[in-house]
Design a protein around this ligand. Structure first.
Ligand code: MN3
Length: 202
């Protein structure tokens, strides 16, 4: 059994004009595919070869000898989660328990966006910005490079890829414009709300 590259959960031009079909093709068909291919090559014939992706991450996260495996497995997971964190035609604001949690933990949706933007724009180097649920409270965190919160005490609700390869094709060096498009046009609130509901019953 090998890890498969999941298809994009939308047409490759579905996020235009905010993310172009060309940028998504490069990001999914080249970058994401490459992490999956490298992971499969690294675990082939080894003790992790038959494991699902989350278990490969768990088995490699604290093992320096498996750093390459961890990096590629985490990037494979993070990208699949990122595609699901995007939607072209979703709700423009959160509803239900997620809306209430954002108001409780950030003050308002506008204050959440301001806080997320500050972390995302200020993040040094490559990494990921996450909305997570941690001990019943929402938080915004940055992980560096491939690092992923999956399997930790922080339950990811949605993520934004802030590696340069994620936005340079469409936004060049304008990371703030990319972050704004994510928060105002692309974030999949329904996906985030489902993840929160699952975290609360878990
Ligand atoms: Mn990426």
């Amino acid at each position: 059994m090998s890890i498969e590259l999941p298809p994009l959960p939308f047409a490759d031009d579905a996020l235009e004009p905010h993310l172009s079909a060309h940028a998504l093709m490069l990001h999914h068909d080249k970058h994401h595919a490459n992490y999956v291919a490298k992971l499969n090559a690294l675990v082939e014939n080894g003790p992790l070869a038959a494991l699902p992706l989350e278990e490969i991450i768990h088995a490699s996260e604290d093992d320096l000898a498996r750093k390459d495996i961890y990096n590629n497995a985490a990037q494979a997971w993070n990208h699949a989660f990122f595609w699901n964190s995007l939607s072209a035609d979703g709700a423009d604001r959160p509803g239900g328990s997620l809306a209430a949690a954002i108001d409780k933990d950030f003050g308002s949706l506008a204050a959440f966006k301001e806080a997320f933007t500050k972390v995302a724009v200020g993040a040094f180097g490559s990494g990921w910005i996450w909305l997570v649920s941690e001990a019943g409270k929402l938080a915004i965190i940055k992980t560096s490079n491939a690092e992923t919160p999956v399997g930790s005490h922080r339950v990811p609700l949605a993520t934004l890829d802030v590696w340069e390869h994620a936005y340079y094709v469409d936004y060049e060096n304008r990371r703030p414009a990319y972050v704004k498009a994510f928060l105002d046009k692309l974030i999949n609130w329904n996906f985030a709300a489902r993840n929160l509901d699952m975290a609360l019953v878990a």
